[in-house]
Ligand binder design. Structure first.
Ligand code: SF4
Ligand code: ZN
Length: 122
């Protein structure tokens, strides 16, 4: 639990996991298990966070100048965000609040950033 407050990337991973779980449960099926499509999206999103060239200075993905997501995955994750974003305040208020704070953090520009192609190939 403490890690949620101290690690930015861990927090990102937990948040996207909960958002995708919520979306899948409400839109795809009523089970606790993720469907195949959402499992794939979650694995992809977690990998993007892991390889994010901004590392601990990672901005919110929708404010990112690189956009390392493949087009189809980007559309899928946007759909999830639109659906689950507002509902997170009800289901996961602490995560939602922290996500809002993270989103408003100013992005630091790092000089050794990889190009979008390099980032996507990870
Ligand atoms: S590079 Fe940009 S889009 Fe990709 S994970 Fe990092 S912040 Fe998100
Ligand atoms: Zn699903």
């Amino acid at each position: 639990m403490l890690r949620l407050f101290t690690s930015r990337l861990y927090r990102e991973k937990v948040t996207i996991t909960e958002m995708i779980k919520l979306y899948c449960r409400k839109v795809h099926n009523d089970s606790k298990e993720l469907c195949d499509e959402c499992s794939e999206l979650l694995a992809y999103a977690l990998k993007r966070i892991e390889y994010c060239p901004f590392s601990i200075d990672k901005p919110a993905c929708n404010q990112c100048p690189i956009h390392c997501y493949k087009k189809d995955m980007r559309e899928k994750v946007k759909r999830v965000m639109r659906f689950s974003g507002p509902k997170m305040l009800i289901y996961h208020p602490i995560l939602a609040l922290m996500h809002l704070l993270d989103r408003n953090r100013k992005m630091k520009v790092t000089s050794n950033l990889k190009s979008p192609k390099e980032v996507q190939s990870n």
